[in-house]
Design a protein around this ligand. Structure first.
Ligand code: PMP
Length: 400
């Protein structure tokens, strides 16, 4: 007998039910927006069963999920997710940024957490359909330069309490207005006489809290990575820090910061070369960020030769280095005044300079000369923004 063919995920065929009671769109900067919980009018759901495969995707009014208390995700953390944004361009178009990177990562994360995989190109079609419906009201053309945060998620949803690979799963996609933290900080500065915050304050993790380890799953976007990290994050916030800088191993390697990847720009003590340094993917200690990859590709392409420097910027070119770096190297570079800048990258918090790191009792300044960022993060951010908001045509953009 032949095995029944199981359906692939298909992002081109939908069952669509439109809402009859549209939700209120929160004002930018309002308490509702800051709540991170006020989703758009619709959601995408796709059921999967081990016997049949993926069912027809649905677009339907946003509503609570109904799953059995025995559902696998509630007990065994069979859950993975993505974070991406849709951007309203200055030309009026809606764009996703490298959505196939998110599709590939979700597929990898799903397999790591015993959830069903799919053809990664289908994810962007599901996201696009949701935003074709909710985009016009929730990201009006009158607000170019704004965005919504999108959260594709897969959960083990079946009723089997036994410890086993889930036989049922649910993929869902929601979109939520998200405050623009870079703009909020800017506005707060304009309103007050307080000195401008020059960047994030990071608290280096201690050996009792390890986010990821070789052979583990820190390189996948699983909910199981986040819950256990929130206690350290909460303690750091209570002490006035913005994020945890996750260290690993005896040599205290610097891996990533909160939900973002971490970079330093320093002058190499031996070669005197200016380098952009970040942790490597091979050690499995960091999430392979879509923004991280884009930062590295842009710097390699636009910012690594003397000739390129002359073309657009007063900043000296950088050599990209992906290698393990330790907190002690950062501290030494800071002390020897070789440290030029540090910043983090990620979808939610974008490109943000880092002002200082507290490691045990030691405060390390990560601002370069003159006590302010040198401007590499700002340059990279403006390159990315030009692509995201359609000021520059680029094949990383997916117009929906
Ligand atoms: N590291 C972690 C742990 C994250 O959660 C994220 C956010 N997805 C990132 C890094 C940055 O990844 P990306 O640039 O794809 O948003």
């Amino acid at each position: 007998s032949t095995a029944p063919t199981k359906a692939e995920l298909n992002g081109s065929n939908f069952k669509i039910t439109r809402t009859t009671s549209p939700r209120k769109v929160p004002e930018p900067g309002s308490a509702e927006e800051l709540s991170h919980s006020h989703c758009t009018d619709h959601m995408v759901t796709v059921r999967w069963t081990a016997a049949q495969g993926w069912e027809t995707p649905e677009v339907k009014p946003y509503e609570n999920l109904s799953i059995p208390p025995t559902a696998s995700c509630l007990h065994y953390a069979t859950e993975c997710f993505e974070g991406m944004k849709v951007y309203r361009g200055y030309d009026g178009k809606l764009r996703l940024f490298r959505p196939d990177c998110n599709g590939e990562r979700l597929n990898t994360s799903a397999q790591r957490s015993s959830l069903p995989g799919f053809k990664f190109e289908e994810l962007k079609k599901l996201v696009a359909k949701l935003l074709q419906i909710d985009g016009p009201r929730w990201l009006p053309k009158s607000r170019p330069g704004s965005f919504l945060y999108i959260r594709p998620t897969i959960i083990g949803s079946g009723p089997h309490l036994g410890v086993q690979i889930p036989k049922e799963a649910l993929l869902f996609i929601i979109a939520v207005p998200w405050p623009d933290f870079t703009k909020l900080k800017q506005d707060q500065n304009d309103d007050s006489s307080a000195p401008a915050p020059k960047g994030l304050k990071l608290f280096a993790s201690t050996p009792d809290a390890i986010r990821a380890w070789p052979g583990g799953f820190g390189w996948a976007k699983l909910g199981a990575n986040y819950g256990p990290s929130l206690q350290a994050h909460g303690k750091a916030q209570a002490m006035g820090f913005d994020q945890i800088l996750w260290l690993f191993g005896e040599d205290r390697q610097v891996t990533e910061a909160g939900a973002s990847n971490f970079f330093v720009v320093w002058r190499n003590a031996q070669s005197n070369q200016l380098e952009l340094v970040t942790a490597p993917l091979e050690s499995q200690l960091i999430l392979p960020g879509v923004t991280r990859r884009s930062v590295l590709e842009l710097v390699r392409e636009r910012f690594s030769t003397e000739k390129q420097q002359a073309e657009g910027s007063s900043l000296a070119p950088l050599q990209v280095v992906e290698r393990p770096l330790t907190i002690h190297e950062i501290e030494t570079a800071s002390r020897e005044e070789r440290l030029v800048e540090a910043f983090v990258s990620g979808t939610a918090y974008f490109i943000t300079p880092v002002a200082m790191i507290r490691n045990n009792d030691l405060d390390i300044s990560t601002l370069g000369q003159g006590g302010k960022p040198a401007g590499y993060a700002a340059q990279i951010k403006s390159w990315l923004e030009a692509i995201m908001y359609g000021k520059e045509e680029h094949d990383w953009s997916y117009v929906i």
